[in-house]
Design a protein around this ligand. Structure first.
Ligand code: MF3
Ligand code: CO
Ligand code: CO
Length: 270
């Protein structure tokens, strides 16, 4: 793979080599380990600020760097998006109530490499409708990942996600997308979670990007609140998201952000 070093495709997508995969693996495992460590803190009565403070302390303890503190003026080590918050929820005084569902999104920098991942949690008992939403969102991500192999296109990823989610009578958010990453946080391409099979750039071995579908129980439209970050569903319906950072291999892809504890999907179990 060394002959691929330094190449950028006509779509502006960087092609990485074997040593770069090792860097991403380490960064992804650190990010995913933090999302494992936070599981016991998610319970009714906890505030999202407490959870974020724990994440900040973990990042410090591990001797790595938060990619989000200072990013475009963002001040926190995580985004915590509760119930109808789609993404970019700001940690704060909000007290979690029984049955609240939340996405926690952490991005770290380890030796220059970015690991970006998020998953769903529940405070207390999981309501049945929320469980369905979370299951469909996770399965949507996994179907997107299953479409990743050289020769397929980014449109194939979006199509796999959208067709599955809409068959389940839920909607895919259009206003936010996945992204290339590596030694930068957000790079080309925009990874859409909807689209037409065969459209978009062709996937090549050595591409690094995230897939991070946001799925709503109601309509797909979102709006950003006055804090300029918090994105919510316009119809106030529940929203869920899962995110992995991946690298395209000869055969398919490597998921850099698998949970070391095997607790990516149903974080509330065990
Ligand atoms: N981690 C988010 C993503 O998946 C980005 C968060 S940027 C922040 O791309 F500034 F809001 F933290
Ligand atoms: Co991301
Ligand atoms: Co993220």
């Amino acid at each position: 793979m060394n002959d691929l070093r330094g190449r950028v495709t006509k779509d502006g997508i960087r092609i990485y080599d074997e040593a770069d995969f090792a860097g991403m693996r380490t960064a992804g495992q650190v990010a995913a380990g933090i999302l494992d460590a936070v599981i016991p803190l998610v319970r009714p009565g906890a505030t999202t600020a407490e959870i974020d403070a724990f994440i900040t302390a973990e990042i410090q303890r591990l001797g790595v760097t938060s990619a989000t503190i200072g990013y475009k003026g963002y001040q926190h080590a995580s985004c915590i998006s509760v119930n109808h918050v789609v993404c970019h929820g700001i940690p704060g005084a909000k007290v979690l109530a029984d049955g609240d569902i939340l996405n926690i999104d952490v991005t770290v920098i380890v030796e220059g490499w970015y690991g970006d991942t998020s998953r769903m949690y529940v405070a207390g008992a999981l309501p049945r409708k929320a469980e369905r939403l979370i299951e469909v969102t996770h399965e949507g991500l996994m179907r997107g990942i299953a479409a990743v192999k050289p020769g397929n296109t980014f449109g194939d990823i979006g199509f796999a996600i959208q067709s599955y989610v809409e068959a389940a009578r839920m909607s895919v958010v259009r206003d936010f997308c996945g992204h290339g990453l590596g030694r930068v946080f957000h790079a080309p391409p925009n990874v859409l979670h909807y689209g037409r099979a065969g459209s978009g750039p062709v996937l090549e071995e050595g591409m690094f990007f995230t897939i991070e579908p946001m799925v709503n129980l109601g309509r797909p439209e979102t709006k950003v609140l006055a804090d300029d970050w918090t994105a919510v569903t316009r119809d106030k319906s529940l929203s869920a998201q899962y995110e992995h950072s991946i690298g395209v291999t000869a055969e398919g892809c490597e998921i850099f952000t698998l949970s070391p504890a095997g607790r990516f999907f149903r974080t509330w179990e065990q």
